[in-house]
Ligand binder design. Structure first.
Ligand SMILES: [Zn+2]
Length: 218
């Protein structure tokens, strides 16, 4: 799948080092299942990390090592690595991404969606660190404008949406920093389903979203 928007290199590096909160990690795993570009980068990062650990097992990684690791993510990967490692991406027997199926099954239509507001439904997934949810948005629906107190990763699973950062289609990831405020709008031709992970509460401007926030774990 050709994706136009990917997680930041620092996010991929943290994923490869198993240091992302599990909610964010699941979004990355679902993106890797459809994005060879990022899959290769994570494989590179894991190989580099293993090499560094063999060289300097007792020292913490310096900033220069971390910078060089990020730079090396753009170099070609050893193809032999993939002969022993692959992420399942079989979606012929369900529309839910393979990494999520052990938790919630195979079909979006089987989930018990909870209405949040007109045109917006959510399904909360279990996560020990961070919040993880599926959001189903009707065509043309505006989400409340919001900022963030931590990281937010959004993966589009169906349809598409647009916001201040661009247009996001199936497979695309929005890796949003805490300093960004945005208002996603589902495109009008079909509904949109996204997998969203956060590691801090959202910051809403409007009164109604702020009042509803505790009820929907936003
Ligand atoms: Zn990618």
């Amino acid at each position: 799948m050709n994706c136009n928007h990917h997680p930041d290199d620092s996010t991929l590096l943290s994923y490869g080092a198993c240091s992302l909160p599990d909610a964010l990690s699941m979004v990355v795993a679902c993106h890797l299942a459809v994005c060879d570009h990022c899959h290769d980068k994570v494989a590179d990062a894991e190989l580099i990390g293993l090499g560094l650990m063999e060289q300097e097992p007792l020292k913490s990684i310096s900033k220069s090592s971390r910078d060089s690791m990020l730079a090396m993510l753009d170099e070609p990967v050893d193809e032999a690595y993939f002969e022993t490692r692959s992420i399942p991406d079989d979606q012929t027997d369900g529309d839910i991404p393979a990494p999520l199926r052990p938790m919630i099954g195979q079909w979006f239509s089987d989930l018990h969606w909870r209405t949040m507001a007109p045109g917006m439904k959510q399904f909360i997934l279990p996560a020990s660190r961070g919040k993880l949810r599926l959001l189903k948005i009707s065509p043309g629906t505006f989400m409340p404008s919001h900022g963030h107190s931590g990281s937010e990763l959004t993966l589009v699973l169906k349809g598409s949406y647009s916001d201040e950062l661009g247009r996001f289609s199936v497979g695309d990831v929005a890796d949003v920093d805490p300093d960004i405020t945005h208002q996603p709008v589902a495109d009008t031709h079909e509904g949109c389903i996204c997998l969203i992970a956060t590691d801090g509460p959202l910051r809403f401007k409007g009164l109604v979203p702020r009042l509803l926030q505790p009820f929907f774990q936003l």
